[in-house]
Design a protein around this ligand. Structure first.
Ligand code: UFG
Length: 337
């Protein structure tokens, strides 16, 4: 057991040059941990790696990583490295299974061979599929509707099966709709992301003159889809809570990361218009294929068992931090990656 209060544990972060991974790296560093980032930069950006982190440019499936985990006395790992676009996964299932299942399996093997005892795995609400609008608990049925969701669920199974026959313990975090940027401006969403909060932040700072609502005839209060948007900084801190749980001797578990309440597309856009530097046009378009009506987490386990305490449960804060990041990008102050 590692004393995470007085000691200075070392955490390995795969995919730490990506959007969520880099926020997690900052969260660990801010709490005094040592961080080693492994990223092959296939989608991540070197500019996102915090200065205080050690950086190794490497595919996390590379068998050499096992010796690195041992030599650097890594206490725990967080595995983010993955591909994450639902539509892209439909077009390229083999690519997604390779990145999200084969590479994850190889990384788990590297960790196992190094004798690592604690892994946190980055998973998604996409493993649930359409839950019909009820708040989703970890016991809800898993019915992923895309190769992306299925690839993440398969990797969850591999990790759980490995931990069942080894001293390794794990926390699987299933993220709901991740949004916003580091309040200190050190990282933010990737360029090219098509997520609602990202598009709304871009429109609000004038990068795009208009945005579209994908479907206005859903059976919700205002006819648009509802999602549980979670601030990336709170999500990052859920990883610190999860690793702390494991290093404190806690058992393996799956936990949702969301706030337990949702916002509709119209509510998000209304808030973005209120905060906008200049007005932008909003058009109403047809439904986007495959969108579930409402996806909201039951986050009780993350709070009760992991001790996760979200501090940014606020749509305005998510949009404002996202807008600040877009302004930094426009000014060329941060890499556009
Ligand atoms: N939307 C718009 N206009 C836009 C962009 C999005 O109306 O310009 C709508 C979408 O149609 C959807 C809602 O906003 O109804 C949220 O869409 P996002 O693309 O932001 O997020 P998703 O809910 O589609 O996807 C998220 C994660 C995925 C994960 C999925 C699981 O980003 O990784 O939830 O439910 F797989």
């Amino acid at each position: 057991m590692v004393d995470v209060v007085s000691g200075s544990p070392t955490v390995l972060i795969t995919g730490g040059a990506g959007y969520i991974g880099s926020h997690a790296a900052h969260a660990f560093i801010d709490k005094g941990w040592s961080v080693v980032i492994v990223d092959d930069l296939s989608t991540g950006s070197r500019s996102r790696v915090p200065e205080a982190a050690a950086f190794i440019e490497m595919d996390c499936a590379d068998p050499q990583l096992s010796a690195i985990i041992r030599d650097r006395a890594i206490d725990a790992a967080v595995h983010f490295a993955a591909r994450i676009k639902v539509d892209e996964s439909v077009a390229d299932p083999l690519g997604y299974y390779k990145a999200n299942v084969c590479t994850a399996r190889a990384f788990f093997e590297n960790a196992h061979l190094a004798g690592l005892g604690a892994i946190v795995f980055s998973s998604t609400a996409a493993v649930y599929g359409d839950a019909g609008g009820a708040a989703v608990s970890e016991e809800s049925a898993t019915r992923p509707e895309s190769p992306y969701g299925r690839s993440k669920l398969a990797a969850e199974w591999i990790l759980a099966d490995l931990c069942a026959v080894s001293p390794m313990r794990h926390v699987i975090l299933r993220y709901f709709n991740v949004a916003g940027a580091d309040p200190e401006g050190r990282s933010g969403p990737a360029a090219g992301s098509q997520h609602l909060l990202k598009i709304a932040a871009e429109a609000a700072v004038g990068i795009r003159p208009a945005m579209q609502i994908h479907g206005t005839d859903y059976p919700t209060a205002d006819g648009t889809c509802v999602r549980d948007y979670v601030h990336v900084t709170d999500l990052a801190e859920a990883h610190v809570s999860a690793v702390t749980h494991l290093l404190g001797g806690g058992g393996s578990l799956v936990a949702n990361v969301g706030y337990g309440h949702g916002a509709s597309v119209r509510a998000v856009i209304a808030e973005a218009l209120r905060l906008a530097d200049r007005p932008f046009a909003v058009t109403e378009g047809p439904r986007r294929a495959g969108d579930p009506v409402s996806v909201v987490a039951n986050p009780a386990r993350a709070m009760d068992v992991l001790g996760w305490r979200p501090r940014h449960d606020n749509l305005q804060a998510m949009l404002q931090s996202g807008m600040a990041w877009e302004r930094q990008r426009m000014a060329g102050e941060v890499s556009s990656a």
